[in-house]
Design a protein around this ligand. Structure first.
Ligand SMILES: [Zn+2]
Length: 134
């Protein structure tokens, strides 16, 4: 069975459950913006709980930055129908419930596994928002 497709609301609800303070593994790593997963980060504590990859959607490369952020900003909105969120899986720390997005960037000569923590206040909840409405 494939992972359930999550909506922006699902993601917001999940990320709102996280414990404070974070577990030592999560607390030791700041993934506020997209980062390459460091080898010091214990991935075994993460469990895949869903995906944002809609199998019926077209490939999306547009990004959503209404306030002048970039993909690398730590305050960039998390808009699930836009790149790179639309190709991310949703993972949750089994210790402190912190929620992360992960996707793999395939470059010409490299494969880069990236991760970003989900802050609920950054999740774009306007579910009708898609590249067709821009
Ligand atoms: Zn944790």
């Amino acid at each position: 069975m494939s992972d359930p497709l999550l909506t922006a609301q699902d993601l917001f609800d999940l990320a709102s459950q996280e414990n404070d303070p974070a577990c030592p593994n999560c607390a030791a790593h700041d993934f506020s913006c997209w980062e390459t997963i460091l080898s010091t980060f214990d991935r075994e504590s993460l469990k895949c709980v869903g995906t944002l990859k809609d199998p019926d959607a077209d490939d999306i490369w547009d990004e959503y930055h209404p306030n002048g952020t970039t993909m690398w900003s730590n305050n960039a909105p998390i808009a699930v129908k836009f790149h790179p969120y639309a190709r991310s899986d949703v993972h949750q720390c089994q210790t402190c419930q912190k929620v992360y997005l992960r996707y793999t960037e395939y470059g010409g000569y490299y494969v880069d596994e990236r991760i970003r923590v989900v802050k609920p206040e950054l999740v774009e909840l306007n579910s009708s928002l898609s590249k067709d409405t821009l």
